[in-house]
Design a protein around this ligand. Structure first.
Ligand code: SF4
Length: 391
Protein backbone atom coordinates (compact mmCIF):
# COMPACT_ATOMS: atom_id res chain seq x y z
CA UNK A 1 0.00 0.00 0.00
CA UNK A 2 2.94 2.34 0.61
CA UNK A 3 3.35 2.44 -3.13
CA UNK A 4 0.09 4.34 -3.35
CA UNK A 5 1.47 7.21 -1.30
CA UNK A 6 4.70 7.12 -3.28
CA UNK A 7 2.72 7.61 -6.48
CA UNK A 8 1.01 10.68 -5.02
CA UNK A 9 4.29 12.11 -3.75
CA UNK A 10 5.93 11.58 -7.15
CA UNK A 11 3.09 13.39 -8.89
CA UNK A 12 3.09 16.25 -6.37
CA UNK A 13 6.84 16.68 -6.79
CA UNK A 14 6.36 17.33 -10.53
CA UNK A 15 4.40 20.54 -9.83
CA UNK A 16 6.28 23.81 -10.22
CA UNK A 17 4.90 25.22 -6.97
CA UNK A 18 3.34 24.14 -3.71
CA UNK A 19 -0.40 23.52 -3.86
CA UNK A 20 -2.73 25.63 -1.71
CA UNK A 21 -4.58 22.92 0.13
CA UNK A 22 -7.54 22.58 2.49
CA UNK A 23 -7.05 20.52 5.65
CA UNK A 24 -10.04 18.57 7.00
CA UNK A 25 -10.08 16.91 10.42
CA UNK A 26 -12.93 14.47 11.09
CA UNK A 27 -14.03 14.22 14.73
CA UNK A 28 -16.12 11.03 14.96
CA UNK A 29 -18.14 11.43 18.19
CA UNK A 30 -21.50 12.95 19.13
CA UNK A 31 -23.49 13.17 22.37
CA UNK A 32 -26.08 10.91 20.76
CA UNK A 33 -26.55 9.34 17.37
CA UNK A 34 -29.29 11.11 15.37
CA UNK A 35 -31.62 8.67 13.67
CA UNK A 36 -31.24 10.30 10.23
CA UNK A 37 -27.44 10.51 10.30
CA UNK A 38 -25.29 8.74 7.73
CA UNK A 39 -21.99 10.33 8.81
CA UNK A 40 -19.20 8.35 10.43
CA UNK A 41 -19.85 9.03 14.11
CA UNK A 42 -20.58 7.19 17.34
CA UNK A 43 -21.58 8.16 20.86
CA UNK A 44 -18.90 10.06 22.79
CA UNK A 45 -16.80 8.10 25.26
CA UNK A 46 -13.92 9.79 27.00
CA UNK A 47 -11.55 6.89 26.45
CA UNK A 48 -12.27 6.71 22.70
CA UNK A 49 -12.01 10.50 22.41
CA UNK A 50 -8.50 10.37 23.90
CA UNK A 51 -7.54 7.53 21.57
CA UNK A 52 -8.76 9.56 18.60
CA UNK A 53 -6.83 12.62 19.81
CA UNK A 54 -3.55 10.72 20.04
CA UNK A 55 -4.15 9.02 16.70
CA UNK A 56 -5.08 12.17 14.79
CA UNK A 57 -1.87 13.87 15.97
CA UNK A 58 0.05 10.86 14.71
CA UNK A 59 -1.82 11.01 11.39
CA UNK A 60 -0.94 14.71 11.05
CA UNK A 61 2.75 13.87 11.56
CA UNK A 62 2.63 11.02 9.05
CA UNK A 63 0.80 13.09 6.45
CA UNK A 64 3.37 15.85 6.91
CA UNK A 65 6.27 13.43 6.48
CA UNK A 66 4.83 12.53 3.07
CA UNK A 67 3.28 15.71 1.74
CA UNK A 68 4.49 18.81 3.60
CA UNK A 69 7.17 19.65 0.99
CA UNK A 70 4.47 20.09 -1.63
CA UNK A 71 1.54 21.76 0.16
CA UNK A 72 0.61 25.08 1.71
CA UNK A 73 -2.34 24.72 4.07
CA UNK A 74 -4.66 27.73 3.77
CA UNK A 75 -7.91 26.41 5.26
CA UNK A 76 -8.60 24.08 8.16
CA UNK A 77 -12.02 22.57 8.84
CA UNK A 78 -13.05 20.59 11.93
CA UNK A 79 -16.07 18.52 10.85
CA UNK A 80 -17.82 15.52 12.22
CA UNK A 81 -19.47 14.14 14.21
CA UNK A 82 -19.61 16.94 16.73
CA UNK A 83 -16.20 18.63 16.86
CA UNK A 84 -17.59 21.20 19.32
CA UNK A 85 -16.99 18.44 21.89
CA UNK A 86 -13.30 19.37 21.52
CA UNK A 87 -12.10 21.76 24.21
CA UNK A 88 -10.34 24.99 23.17
CA UNK A 89 -7.09 23.45 24.43
CA UNK A 90 -7.55 20.41 22.19
CA UNK A 91 -8.41 22.55 19.16
CA UNK A 92 -5.33 24.69 19.82
CA UNK A 93 -3.15 21.63 20.17
CA UNK A 94 -4.36 20.29 16.79
CA UNK A 95 -4.01 23.64 15.03
CA UNK A 96 -0.52 23.99 16.51
CA UNK A 97 0.30 20.52 15.26
CA UNK A 98 -0.81 21.45 11.72
CA UNK A 99 1.25 24.68 11.94
CA UNK A 100 4.29 22.85 13.24
CA UNK A 101 4.21 20.13 10.61
CA UNK A 102 3.14 22.01 7.47
CA UNK A 103 3.68 25.36 5.85
CA UNK A 104 0.48 27.17 6.84
CA UNK A 105 -0.93 30.46 5.54
CA UNK A 106 -4.28 30.26 7.22
CA UNK A 107 -7.15 32.18 5.67
CA UNK A 108 -9.98 30.30 7.31
CA UNK A 109 -10.33 27.85 10.21
CA UNK A 110 -13.84 26.49 10.75
CA UNK A 111 -15.35 24.37 13.49
CA UNK A 112 -18.80 22.80 13.22
CA UNK A 113 -20.74 23.64 16.36
CA UNK A 114 -23.75 21.85 17.82
CA UNK A 115 -26.31 24.33 19.23
CA UNK A 116 -26.16 22.43 22.53
CA UNK A 117 -22.41 23.10 22.78
CA UNK A 118 -20.98 24.92 25.78
CA UNK A 119 -21.12 28.54 24.65
CA UNK A 120 -18.34 29.32 27.15
CA UNK A 121 -15.91 27.48 24.86
CA UNK A 122 -16.37 29.84 21.94
CA UNK A 123 -13.93 32.52 23.13
CA UNK A 124 -11.32 29.81 23.68
CA UNK A 125 -11.79 28.39 20.18
CA UNK A 126 -11.39 31.87 18.70
CA UNK A 127 -8.22 32.46 20.70
CA UNK A 128 -6.98 29.04 19.53
CA UNK A 129 -7.18 30.26 15.92
CA UNK A 130 -10.71 29.39 14.80
CA UNK A 131 -12.23 32.23 12.76
CA UNK A 132 -15.43 30.65 11.44
CA UNK A 133 -18.25 28.80 13.22
CA UNK A 134 -20.63 26.55 11.33
CA UNK A 135 -23.65 26.03 13.57
CA UNK A 136 -25.87 23.01 12.85
CA UNK A 137 -29.16 24.72 13.73
CA UNK A 138 -31.23 22.44 11.44
CA UNK A 139 -34.42 24.37 12.28
CA UNK A 140 -35.93 26.99 14.54
CA UNK A 141 -39.25 25.12 14.56
CA UNK A 142 -39.45 22.98 17.74
CA UNK A 143 -41.67 20.45 15.96
CA UNK A 144 -39.04 19.84 13.24
CA UNK A 145 -36.30 19.50 15.88
CA UNK A 146 -38.49 16.99 17.70
CA UNK A 147 -39.08 14.93 14.54
CA UNK A 148 -35.33 14.97 13.83
CA UNK A 149 -34.65 13.96 17.44
CA UNK A 150 -32.24 16.84 18.06
CA UNK A 151 -31.24 17.34 21.69
CA UNK A 152 -31.80 21.10 21.95
CA UNK A 153 -34.49 23.67 21.30
CA UNK A 154 -34.42 26.80 19.10
CA UNK A 155 -33.49 29.01 22.07
CA UNK A 156 -30.21 27.10 22.40
CA UNK A 157 -29.23 28.11 18.88
CA UNK A 158 -30.24 31.73 19.44
CA UNK A 159 -28.27 31.91 22.70
CA UNK A 160 -25.25 30.22 21.16
CA UNK A 161 -25.11 32.65 18.23
CA UNK A 162 -25.56 35.64 20.55
CA UNK A 163 -22.79 34.36 22.83
CA UNK A 164 -20.57 33.74 19.81
CA UNK A 165 -21.00 37.33 18.65
CA UNK A 166 -20.27 38.64 22.14
CA UNK A 167 -17.12 36.50 22.16
CA UNK A 168 -16.00 38.17 18.92
CA UNK A 169 -17.06 35.66 16.24
CA UNK A 170 -17.49 37.57 13.00
CA UNK A 171 -18.06 34.72 10.57
CA UNK A 172 -20.96 32.49 11.56
CA UNK A 173 -22.79 30.01 9.34
CA UNK A 174 -26.15 28.46 10.17
CA UNK A 175 -27.24 25.14 8.63
CA UNK A 176 -30.90 24.38 8.02
CA UNK A 177 -32.43 21.03 7.11
CA UNK A 178 -35.49 21.16 4.87
CA UNK A 179 -37.86 18.56 3.44
CA UNK A 180 -38.43 17.14 6.96
CA UNK A 181 -41.72 15.42 7.86
CA UNK A 182 -43.76 17.80 10.02
CA UNK A 183 -42.48 21.03 8.47
CA UNK A 184 -45.04 23.56 7.33
CA UNK A 185 -45.25 27.03 5.88
CA UNK A 186 -44.90 28.23 9.46
CA UNK A 187 -41.53 26.45 9.67
CA UNK A 188 -40.24 28.51 6.76
CA UNK A 189 -41.54 31.72 8.35
CA UNK A 190 -40.00 30.86 11.73
CA UNK A 191 -36.65 30.01 10.16
CA UNK A 192 -36.50 33.12 8.01
CA UNK A 193 -37.44 35.29 10.97
CA UNK A 194 -34.68 33.72 13.08
CA UNK A 195 -32.14 34.30 10.31
CA UNK A 196 -33.26 37.92 9.97
CA UNK A 197 -32.72 38.42 13.70
CA UNK A 198 -29.46 36.54 14.05
CA UNK A 199 -27.91 37.80 10.80
CA UNK A 200 -25.37 34.99 10.23
CA UNK A 201 -22.80 35.64 7.51
CA UNK A 202 -23.53 32.28 5.87
CA UNK A 203 -26.58 30.01 5.49
CA UNK A 204 -26.73 26.43 4.20
CA UNK A 205 -30.03 24.80 3.23
CA UNK A 206 -29.79 21.03 3.00
CA UNK A 207 -32.50 18.66 1.84
CA UNK A 208 -33.01 15.64 4.09
CA UNK A 209 -31.80 12.72 2.00
CA UNK A 210 -29.72 9.53 1.94
CA UNK A 211 -32.00 7.78 4.41
CA UNK A 212 -31.35 4.22 3.30
CA UNK A 213 -30.15 2.05 6.14
CA UNK A 214 -30.64 4.69 8.87
CA UNK A 215 -33.36 4.38 11.55
CA UNK A 216 -35.13 7.56 10.38
CA UNK A 217 -36.19 5.69 7.27
CA UNK A 218 -39.15 4.28 9.26
CA UNK A 219 -40.36 7.79 10.19
CA UNK A 220 -39.97 8.82 6.58
CA UNK A 221 -41.93 5.85 5.27
CA UNK A 222 -44.84 6.74 7.56
CA UNK A 223 -44.95 10.42 6.51
CA UNK A 224 -42.73 11.03 3.48
CA UNK A 225 -42.27 14.50 2.04
CA UNK A 226 -42.94 14.44 -1.70
CA UNK A 227 -40.20 15.59 -4.05
CA UNK A 228 -42.50 18.37 -5.26
CA UNK A 229 -43.12 19.65 -1.72
CA UNK A 230 -39.39 19.56 -0.87
CA UNK A 231 -38.57 21.33 -4.13
CA UNK A 232 -41.14 24.03 -3.44
CA UNK A 233 -39.75 24.55 0.08
CA UNK A 234 -36.18 24.77 -1.21
CA UNK A 235 -37.24 27.32 -3.83
CA UNK A 236 -38.95 29.46 -1.20
CA UNK A 237 -35.77 29.54 0.86
CA UNK A 238 -33.66 30.24 -2.18
CA UNK A 239 -35.70 33.24 -3.26
CA UNK A 240 -36.22 34.58 0.27
CA UNK A 241 -32.53 34.33 1.21
CA UNK A 242 -31.47 36.05 -1.99
CA UNK A 243 -34.03 38.80 -1.41
CA UNK A 244 -32.64 39.28 2.09
CA UNK A 245 -29.05 39.63 0.82
CA UNK A 246 -27.61 36.15 1.31
CA UNK A 247 -26.33 35.43 -2.17
CA UNK A 248 -26.50 31.89 -3.44
CA UNK A 249 -23.07 30.68 -4.52
CA UNK A 250 -23.71 26.92 -4.53
CA UNK A 251 -26.79 24.71 -4.69
CA UNK A 252 -27.18 24.60 -0.90
CA UNK A 253 -25.07 27.60 0.18
CA UNK A 254 -25.71 31.31 0.57
CA UNK A 255 -23.54 34.04 2.02
CA UNK A 256 -23.07 37.73 2.57
CA UNK A 257 -20.55 39.09 0.05
CA UNK A 258 -17.04 38.01 1.04
CA UNK A 259 -18.20 35.18 3.31
CA UNK A 260 -18.30 32.15 1.01
CA UNK A 261 -16.79 29.13 2.75
CA UNK A 262 -13.25 29.01 1.36
CA UNK A 263 -12.68 25.47 2.53
CA UNK A 264 -15.81 24.03 0.93
CA UNK A 265 -15.09 25.96 -2.27
CA UNK A 266 -12.04 23.72 -2.66
CA UNK A 267 -14.33 20.72 -3.07
CA UNK A 268 -16.47 22.40 -5.70
CA UNK A 269 -13.54 23.97 -7.55
CA UNK A 270 -11.76 20.64 -7.71
CA UNK A 271 -8.81 21.96 -5.72
CA UNK A 272 -6.58 19.93 -3.37
CA UNK A 273 -7.64 18.94 0.12
CA UNK A 274 -6.22 16.55 2.67
CA UNK A 275 -8.64 14.80 5.00
CA UNK A 276 -7.59 13.14 8.24
CA UNK A 277 -9.61 11.00 10.65
CA UNK A 278 -12.06 8.18 10.01
CA UNK A 279 -14.02 8.42 6.73
CA UNK A 280 -12.17 11.60 5.66
CA UNK A 281 -11.54 11.99 1.94
CA UNK A 282 -8.52 13.53 0.24
CA UNK A 283 -7.75 14.83 -3.20
CA UNK A 284 -4.14 15.62 -4.08
CA UNK A 285 -2.80 15.85 -7.64
CA UNK A 286 -4.82 13.31 -9.64
CA UNK A 287 -5.46 11.00 -6.69
CA UNK A 288 -8.53 10.67 -4.55
CA UNK A 289 -8.81 8.44 -1.50
CA UNK A 290 -10.95 7.86 1.55
CA UNK A 291 -9.85 6.73 5.01
CA UNK A 292 -11.53 3.70 6.61
CA UNK A 293 -14.90 4.90 7.87
CA UNK A 294 -15.07 2.99 11.16
CA UNK A 295 -13.08 4.29 14.13
CA UNK A 296 -11.56 0.88 14.87
CA UNK A 297 -10.59 0.28 11.23
CA UNK A 298 -9.02 3.72 11.03
CA UNK A 299 -7.15 3.22 14.33
CA UNK A 300 -5.86 -0.18 13.31
CA UNK A 301 -4.75 1.05 9.88
CA UNK A 302 -2.79 3.82 11.60
CA UNK A 303 -1.46 1.44 14.25
CA UNK A 304 -0.21 -1.02 11.63
CA UNK A 305 1.87 1.74 10.07
CA UNK A 306 0.44 0.86 6.68
CA UNK A 307 -2.27 3.03 5.17
CA UNK A 308 -5.62 1.38 4.62
CA UNK A 309 -8.25 2.98 2.44
CA UNK A 310 -11.94 2.47 1.83
CA UNK A 311 -11.27 3.86 -1.62
CA UNK A 312 -8.14 4.81 -3.55
CA UNK A 313 -8.41 6.09 -7.10
CA UNK A 314 -5.86 7.40 -9.57
CA UNK A 315 -7.81 9.52 -12.01
CA UNK A 316 -6.89 9.67 -15.67
CA UNK A 317 -7.12 13.14 -17.25
CA UNK A 318 -10.55 12.42 -18.82
CA UNK A 319 -11.87 11.32 -15.42
CA UNK A 320 -10.51 14.45 -13.82
CA UNK A 321 -12.44 16.53 -16.35
CA UNK A 322 -15.63 14.72 -15.32
CA UNK A 323 -14.98 15.46 -11.64
CA UNK A 324 -14.14 19.07 -12.42
CA UNK A 325 -17.43 19.46 -14.31
CA UNK A 326 -19.58 17.56 -11.82
CA UNK A 327 -18.37 19.57 -8.83
CA UNK A 328 -17.97 22.95 -10.57
CA UNK A 329 -21.47 22.97 -11.99
CA UNK A 330 -22.81 23.01 -8.43
CA UNK A 331 -21.50 26.56 -8.20
CA UNK A 332 -23.65 29.45 -9.28
CA UNK A 333 -20.72 30.94 -11.15
CA UNK A 334 -20.34 27.61 -12.97
CA UNK A 335 -17.10 26.55 -14.62
CA UNK A 336 -14.70 28.49 -16.77
CA UNK A 337 -14.01 26.97 -20.19
CA UNK A 338 -10.57 28.60 -20.19
CA UNK A 339 -9.73 27.00 -16.83
CA UNK A 340 -11.02 23.65 -18.10
CA UNK A 341 -8.71 23.65 -21.11
CA UNK A 342 -5.70 25.03 -19.25
CA UNK A 343 -5.97 22.60 -16.32
CA UNK A 344 -6.46 19.56 -18.52
CA UNK A 345 -4.47 20.18 -21.68
CA UNK A 346 -4.60 17.43 -24.24
CA UNK A 347 -7.95 16.03 -23.10
CA UNK A 348 -10.33 15.65 -26.03
CA UNK A 349 -13.41 17.66 -25.02
CA UNK A 350 -15.20 17.35 -28.36
CA UNK A 351 -17.57 14.68 -26.99
CA UNK A 352 -19.06 17.26 -24.61
CA UNK A 353 -19.88 19.82 -27.28
CA UNK A 354 -23.06 18.24 -28.68
CA UNK A 355 -24.47 17.48 -25.26
CA UNK A 356 -23.63 20.94 -23.99
CA UNK A 357 -25.40 22.54 -26.96
CA UNK A 358 -28.46 20.32 -26.48
CA UNK A 359 -28.70 21.13 -22.74
CA UNK A 360 -28.27 24.80 -23.55
CA UNK A 361 -31.10 24.60 -26.11
CA UNK A 362 -33.37 23.06 -23.45
CA UNK A 363 -32.52 25.91 -21.07
CA UNK A 364 -30.73 23.56 -18.68
CA UNK A 365 -27.30 25.15 -19.10
CA UNK A 366 -26.28 28.75 -19.74
CA UNK A 367 -23.13 29.59 -21.66
CA UNK A 368 -21.83 33.14 -21.65
CA UNK A 369 -18.55 35.01 -21.19
CA UNK A 370 -16.63 31.73 -21.31
CA UNK A 371 -18.58 30.31 -18.36
CA UNK A 372 -20.93 27.34 -18.30
CA UNK A 373 -23.49 27.24 -15.51
CA UNK A 374 -26.76 25.71 -14.43
CA UNK A 375 -29.47 28.37 -14.11
CA UNK A 376 -30.24 28.71 -10.36
CA UNK A 377 -33.93 27.89 -10.90
CA UNK A 378 -32.76 24.51 -12.28
CA UNK A 379 -30.46 23.66 -9.37
CA UNK A 380 -32.86 21.08 -8.00
CA UNK A 381 -32.43 18.96 -11.10
CA UNK A 382 -28.69 19.54 -11.22
CA UNK A 383 -27.96 15.82 -10.78
CA UNK A 384 -29.95 15.09 -13.92
CA UNK A 385 -28.30 17.93 -15.88
CA UNK A 386 -24.80 16.90 -14.83
CA UNK A 387 -25.43 13.25 -15.65
CA UNK A 388 -26.76 14.22 -19.10
CA UNK A 389 -23.61 16.25 -19.73
CA UNK A 390 -21.28 13.51 -18.54
CA UNK A 391 -23.04 10.60 -20.31
S1 SF4 B 1 -24.96 15.46 15.58
FE1 SF4 B 1 -24.60 15.47 13.35
S2 SF4 B 1 -22.94 14.00 13.02
FE2 SF4 B 1 -23.74 13.64 15.09
S3 SF4 B 1 -25.20 11.99 14.86
FE3 SF4 B 1 -26.35 13.93 14.73
S4 SF4 B 1 -26.39 14.43 12.51
FE4 SF4 B 1 -24.82 12.85 12.83
Amino acid sequence: MDADYNLIVRRLSEASQKAETGFYIHYPFCRQKCSYCHFSSSVYERELHLKWLAAIKEEIRRAAALFSDYLIIDTVYFGGGTPSLLTPGEVKCLLDSVQKNFEVRLQEATIEVNPAAEAGRIGGWLRAGINRLSVGAQSFDPEVLRVLGRNYDPDNTVRLVEEAKKAGASNIGLDLMVGVPGESLRTIEVNLKALAELQPEHVSVYLLEELEKVPFQRVWEKSPVSEEAAAETYERYRLSLEAAGWLQYEIANFSRPGYRCRHNLKYWKYQPFLGLGPSASSHLANFRWTNPSGLEDWLSALGSGKPGFDEFIELRPGEEVREFLASGLRLREGISLEELTSRFPGVDLSGYETRLTRLKDYGLLQVSDGLVRIPPERFLISNYIISELLL
